[in-house]
Design a protein around this ligand. Structure first.
Ligand code: BGC
Length: 386
């Protein structure tokens, strides 16, 4: 009698432990659907990874879509002056175009290093490192298999005030040539005031360099066949970095005053873009790092599209922003609104540390040491002006 009840207790305990474990594993592998975060199947990569799409919706009906391949933002809607929500970020129409190369880096999380590192090498604490050379002589956006090609673990954050996704990716020591195992966490939050907040965190087990950013291309018209040259842009920066022929900073910090690079007062992107200017020729348009005024989390740029009334304000705690006017978009892919992704039909405002910092001692450092925590925040806030 006694023995039977002990056996029953043991059986019950075993069942309970098994049940609890199962639940824990499920929460790791099974995406959870919450009221304001929907999960659906997106596609399957050539490696056989099945990719999910997470759709976040705020109380106004604004939507953010993110996939667990590259942490890519595939869609983001924003209201126009009549309250109409339309997609304002460029993207492909076929999932495989994201999976097989994403040559424009549409919507992707960029790591370990946003923008270029000269000659694909740098020296850190006396050791020299060769990293992946994927852009002429240089390394661009973390190498060919940078974070934009990786499978990210995504969890909707429970009990967050607004719909929030937590994305994690661990980059092995030596990946794309970079030293140290890097544990990376990114949070995407869609708030009720139509703001997309992006927070980045990273830790390493060996000295390394890190510069994370987001590569969404915006077109506030909601029509991706239109160029962005009519968008009015203001950047809070008195200086920018001049570049050489391969778009590596020369080290010179140039004053924007009196040049086509002056966006201190709002002006259409197209106003001076075709000026006879050596720096514009090198970038085939704007493709430069502006040295942002001030420090800490602050408003750094504002974009206004008069026809739709849409406004996008950018805030960041980073020292720089790469304003890229979509000069390498070459019409090879379909847009989500019909037609092709042509020259200058989208622009990026990539908040970042300066390009090639690991090789330029006068720039703010991008080094990360074991025990330190990399933290950075960028906000894209949408509103309307009538
Ligand atoms: C760079 C461009 C590059 C583009 C890739 C931007 O961040 O500054 O030079 O072509 O990314 O789509």
């Amino acid at each position: 009698m006694r023995k039977t009840s002990i056996n029953l207790i043991i059986l019950f305990a075993v069942l309970c432990i098994f049940g609890c474990n199962k639940k824990e594993n499920q929460s790791k592998t099974q995406p959870e659907t919450m009221e304001n975060i929907q999960v659906s199947d997106y596609g399957v990569t050539s490696k056989g990874d099945s990719i999910k799409k997470y759709t976040l919706t705020n109380k106004n009906g604004m939507k953010l879509e993110v996939i667990n391949f590259g942490g890519i933002i595939t869609s983001l809607t924003a209201p126009d002056k009549n309250g109409k929500y339309e997609d304002v970020v460029l993207g492909f129409t076929k999932p495989e175009d994201y999976f097989n190369g994403n040559p424009y880096y549409f919507g992707a999380l960029i790591g370990r290093y946003g923008n270029r590192i000269a000659n694909a090498k740098f020296t850190l604490e006396g050791k020299s490192y060769d990293i992946d050379k994927n852009d002429g002589p240089n390394s661009l956006h973390g190498g060919k298999e940078g974070f934009h090609t990786k499978f990210w673990n995504i969890e909707p954050v429970k009990d967050a005030k607004f719909p929030t996704l937590k994305l994690t990716y661990t980059s092995a020591d030596g990946e794309e040539g970079y030293p140290g195992k890097l544990t990376t966490t990114v949070f995407y939050t869609l708030t009720d005031d139509n703001t997309l907040e992006i927070s980045y965190e990273a830790e390493t087990d060996k000295p390394t360099v890190v510069n994370l950013t987001q590569h969404s291309y915006f077109n506030l018209s909601g029509n991706f066949t239109k160029t962005i040259t009519d968008h009015e842009l203001q950047i809070n920066a008195d200086k920018f970095l001049s570049v050489n022929e391969t778009l590596i900073p020369t080290g010179e910090q140039k004053l924007v005053k009196g040049t086509p690079f002056d966006f201190t007062v709002s002006k259409p992107i197209g106003k001076d873009i075709n000026s006879n200017d050596d720096q514009l020729k090198k970038g085939k348009g704007y493709d430069h790092n502006w040295i942002l005024n001030g420090s800490g989390l602050r408003s750094i740029a504002k974009v206004y599209h008069a026809e739709s009334g849409r406004v996008m304000e950018v805030l960041t705690d980073e020292p720089g922003v790469q304003f890229y006017s979509g000069n390498f978009l070459d019409g090879k892919f379909d847009t989500k609104t019909g037609g092709k992704n042509e020259f200058r039909t989208g622009f990026c405002l990539e908040t970042q540390h300066f390009p090639d910092s690991p090789n330029q001692t006068s720039f703010p450092s991008t080094e990360l040491k074991p025990g330190q925590k990399y933290q950075s925040k960028t906000i894209y806030k949408f509103s309307v002006k009538k």
